[in-house]
Design a protein around this ligand. Structure first.
Ligand code: FE2
Length: 395
């Protein structure tokens, strides 16, 4: 298909680049809002290094701390208020996906008079799509969401149990300062969840996209294979900086728009997971690890060819034909086994989630995003019943 690709984020990548934060932020002004999460950046010393670099460059730091996992709109409101009160010139995210997503929306909310929730794309109702935001710098401390170099953000509303997203060009960070050293203290389980998130970003476009994208297929398979290979090493030895670097690079590539250019794929697994975690407040990638293999088994029946290709190229299996469903399902089993091996849950029961709210998850997902036929955009498009069956199979 025809496509356009532009990613304006300047990427500064490598061990030790955190020392460039002050100089980088200084190009945007003298007052920075530093958005952080639950405190791990302080315990690991990353916060002190960031603040020192900013102070050395003469930048005043105002903090919006305590952004929760599954970042809430109330944190966005709080951050935007600090940014306005302190007349911040730049918003710096120092943390994982939640700090980065919150920082992006804070940067836009600081320049918007209405309530920030009006900017979130929930239920396809009329939303305010912002066209301006304060300059954003992302400094990820976790390789997972890929939020560092794209213009998307996912935000939850604790009052309504809604979790939805915004995606618009003004949210592209001006700079992504990506230092794999900052991820060495990430515990094994979070590292594993990150690997699952990275792989799922790629499989969404790979399996839901149009036919005839051979370069993007090979690109996606390369990201998956590298995330698996180096992810295992990073989980085995968190201090392995080479492994941390490879996983971090995979995280960026998985969702900066380049791998999926021209594929026009939907993100059904993410959309379903967002709804589930809107209700259950589970870790994003734990939800993905449960839903993705189940969704793959559903989708493989409709399009075995792509799953046979996946099985052959990722796991070295050999299909009897290009549409050998057994081979497709074996590859999915192997993928699920990999997720289990690295420590991800693969059934809802492992998170003590029973099936009582499954129809609610399905109807909410469809409400938040649907095509002209009322189905969740995917290949094949999913009805409410399809979503229920995928979720039931994952109990
Ligand atoms: Fe994700």
């Amino acid at each position: 298909m025809n496509f356009e690709f532009q990613n304006p984020t300047r990427l500064i990548f490598g061990a030790g680049v955190i020392s460039q934060l002050g100089k980088t932020a200084g190009t945007f002004g003298t007052h920075a809002l530093l958005v952080t999460g639950g405190g791990s950046v302080k315990r690991s010393g990353v916060f002190a290094r960031a603040v020192k670099s900013l102070a050395d460059a003469g930048i005043s730091v105002h903090e919006c701390e305590g952004v929760e996992p599954n970042p809430k709109i109330k944190s966005v409101r709080r951050g935007a208020q600090i940014a306005r009160d302190e007349k911040c010139d730049v918003v710096i995210a120092l943390g994982g996906g939640s700090a980065m997503d919150a920082a992006k929306v804070i940067a836009a909310a600081a320049m918007f008079d209405g309530d920030p929730w009006e900017m979130i794309f929930h239920g396809q109702k009329k939303v305010h799509i912002p066209t301006q935001a304060l300059p954003i710098i992302t400094v990820p401390t976790l390789a997972a969401t890929g939020s560092e170099m794209n213009c998307g953000a996912v935000i939850s509303n604790e009052d309504t149990c809604e979790k939805s997203f915004m995606q618009t060009p003004c949210l592209y960070p001006k700079v992504a300062l990506v230092d794999p050293e900052l991820t060495v203290s990430v515990p094994k389980n979070q590292t594993a969840y990150g690997v699952c998130d990275i792989i799922t970003h790629v499989t969404e476009a790979y399996f839901n996209g149009v036919d005839g994208t051979p370069i993007q297929d090979r690109f996606a398979e390369g990201v998956i294979l590298n995330a698996m290979e180096w992810g295992l090493k990073a989980i085995a030895d968190g201090a392995d900086i080479e492994a941390r670097s490879q996983v971090q690079y995979a995280s960026i590539l998985a969702l900066n728009g380049w791998v999926n250019s021209g594929t026009n794929g939907g993100y059904p697994v993410h959309m379903i997971e967002h709804t589930v975690s809107g209700f259950e407040d589970i870790t994003h990638a734990a939800g993905l690890a449960i839903i993705n293999p189940s969704w793959m088994r559903f989708a493989a029946k409709h399009r075995p060819q792509k799953f046979v290709q996946f099985s052959e190229r990722i796991f070295g299996l050999e299909g009897k034909s290009t549409d050998d469903l057994d081979c497709a399902l074996q590859g999915i089993d192997k993928f699920e086994a990999f997720l289990k091996d690295i420590g991800c849950p693969t059934r809802f029961s492992e998170l003590n989630i029973d099936g009582t709210r499954i129809s609610k998850y399905a109807s909410e997902t469809i409400r938040i995003i649907h095509d002209e036929n009322g189905k969740l955009p995917a290949r094949p498009p999913m009805s409410e019943e399809d979503i229920v069956s995928v979720l039931k199979a994952a109990l």
